[in-house]
Design a binder for this molecule. Sequence first.
Ligand code: AMP
Length: 434
Amino acid sequence: MTFDELGLSAPLLRAIEEKGYREPSPIQAAAIPAVLSGRDLMAAAQTGTGKTAGFTLPILELLHAKGVAHPHRIRALVLTPTRELAAQVAESIATYGAHLPFKSAVVFGGVKPNPQIAALRKGIDILVATPGRLLDLCQQGEVKFSDLDVLVLDEADRMLDMGFIHDIRRILKLLPQQRQNLMFSATFANEIRGLAKTIMNNPLEVSVSAPNTTAERVKQWVHPVDKIRKSALLRELVVKNDWQQVLVFSRTKHGANRLSEYLVKAGVNASAIHGNKSQGARTKALSEFKSGKIRVLVATDIAARGLDIAQLPQVVNFDLPNVPEDYVHRIGRTGRAGASGRAFSLVSADEIKQLNDIEQVIQRHITREYVDGFEPDHEVPASAPLRKPRTSGQGKPAGGRGRRDDKPAPTSRGRSTEGHNRPRQKKRTGNSTK
Ligand code: AMP
């Protein structure tokens, strides 16, 4: 399958070629013809599958094909859960639409509204927005949707998790009834289906399962360590293994700040990215991380969601998330696009519950590896045996929320780990070559 065969016109094919894509990803091959046919679409696809181009390309094509009766009136609206994702979608629209005359704008909170209002007043064809700021601007009369043709809900599951349901419903009331609806979500758990029912008109459902689940693609280790020594261990791992680019997850904003300050004092270039940071600071940290100026980016789960950092070689869980599915999202930041990545979790004895919940969700025990000089005084208890996963697909595993991985990872007791049930058997990794 080639992009030509999908019915995209020359200006888009040129942009795709310039971007260097050779063939459509599975979600693109499924979604592009569906969107071009005018149907509503529910697509189960995670970040990393190429889903953004899966809706951006056909939307641009539709606008192009329909011609410009009223140029620069909003004809497509993309709602995203986070500022970072909104910015990335807007970037994709600019890239793929480079040879088309359409204008787009992005609006999200955390920055001054005036430049966004100025962009809207100039007239735009495609608007990318997070729900809260969009509602503010609608209430101020700055946004008109009378010409809207297409609505996209991107990462719909995340929007519900983040409590945007009421904002979304308010926005829906402002849109014309006659429109095409596209919904992208990592899973279609019952809540999402409930929302979809109220929005969609006979939608086509497509689902792409990655060739391997995240948990299979990513090599994973647990480093048992006392809580108090985690920062020192992280520094040791970064320096000894000469990691040049590592994304570190912290459960709290405060913890993220403290850790990045510690690393900077210890001579490792680091920065923190979380919801309390200004948008400017977040953008700067991300671009410095991408350019290699910053070696360690410490992020909270929400700040990290949707970040498109190509082929991150490794991620570290400085602490384990309370919601086990977040672990799958975190390690999904590495080993993208078929490359194999590595994920290291620094786990202290008090995190055994989180570890058990995660191992239950990914259906495997993670290899425990002790780092020389960092063996814990407080041993991490043995992992619990794995229970069989629920097989409904929409089930609610250990953490009480639906799996976001697209299929249950196969049970792999055989490949499981020396940590399980025998935590005292230590494998050391003092001079690791990782
Ligand atoms: P997304 O899932 O939309 O966040 O995209 C993940 C990454 O895949 C982005 O860096 C895209 O630039 C890249 N990508 C999207 N479509 C293709 C394609 N057809 N071939 C190669 N890379 C792609």
